[in-house]
Ligand binder design. Structure first.
Ligand code: DGL
Length: 260
């Protein structure tokens, strides 16, 4: 059975894993949280590249996947070339869904909601020039939103709508903004709050569906098996038990092993 390794700083990549599993239920999966270095969106670029390159090399050696998904925009927009050069298996990166957003936006006015790292990457700038040169783009980089997504999945009681509305305040007075790119894999976990904060005026797009198609095309001959395929989880630092019980269990992750 073919095996895919998913990787993110935290719970964000689970939003992508869910879509890929739905499309490719016959594959086995591992999920690696680099929670020791969370949040990735705040790390210096050189530090992030070397961290991702080293950790993924070790993880691929130990877990022997057939394919890696870097389910993190902050890491993919920066470290993909370095990781691909180092590994001999296919590496799929998750980058902001600028191209689908440009196809969707009737008003040619798009908001990019991502981490502080992703909004300022050269890679992101290149994506915009290539696919959305005729669109007005608003940038909003927020680590607080990443933290809120982690808290929501852990079932922390909080008024998430109010918190998200405050963060999106700069966009509340932009009537032509009609499409928001959820350019961080944590943000689909807050999609409802984002839509409500902008009073339902926007469509939210993420990269999950495109990644599912890509994985399916790279592992086309994967065979189905009678038993339910394995799903293993690893973290670089102990994960709060409440998050495991209230949040990760929903994704089938009941036991997290330390990976150092
Ligand atoms: N989920 C990640 C992303 O897509 C990283 C969030 C973070 O650790 O800052 O960018």
């Amino acid at each position: 059975m073919k095996h895919v390794l998913f990787f993110d700083s935290g719970v964000g990549g689970l939003s992508v894993l869910a879509q890929v599993r739905q499309r490719c239920p016959q594959l086995s999966y591992s999920y690696l949280f680099d929670n020791r270095f969370f949040p990735y969106g705040e790390l210096a670029e050189a530090q992030l590249i070397s961290r991702v390159e080293q950790l993924l090399s070790r993880a691929v050696e130990a877990l022997r996947p057939d394919l890696v998904v870097i389910a993190c925009n902050s890491a993919s927009t920066l470290a993909l070339p370095a990781v691909r050069a180092k590994l001999s298996i296919p590496v799929v990166g998750v980058v902001p869904a600028i191209k689908p957003a440009a196809k969707l936006s009737a008003n040619r006015h798009i908001g990019l909601l991502a981490t502080p790292g992703t909004v300022k990457r050269t890679y992101t700038e290149a994506l915009i020039s290539e696919f959305a040169a005729d669109c007005q783009i608003e940038f909003l980089g927020s680590t607080r939103l990443v933290e809120l997504a982690e808290m929501k999945l852990a079932g922390e009681p909080l008024d998430y709508c109010r918190e998200v509305t405050e963060i999106l305040e700069p966009w509340a007075t932009l009537p032509t903004l009609d499409c928001v790119v959820l350019g961080c894999t944590h943000f689909p976990l807050l999609k409802e709050e984002v839509t409500q904060a902008l009073e339902g005026r926007v469509s939210c797009v993420d990269s999950g569906e495109a990644i599912a198609r890509r994985v399916a095309s790279l592992l086309p001959d994967a065979v189905s098996c009678a038993t339910s395929p394995a799903l293993h989880a690893y973290a670089t630092k102990a994960v709060d038990q409440r998050l495991v019980e209230r949040g990760l269990a929903k994704y089938g992750l009941n036991h997290i092993q330390l990976f150092n």
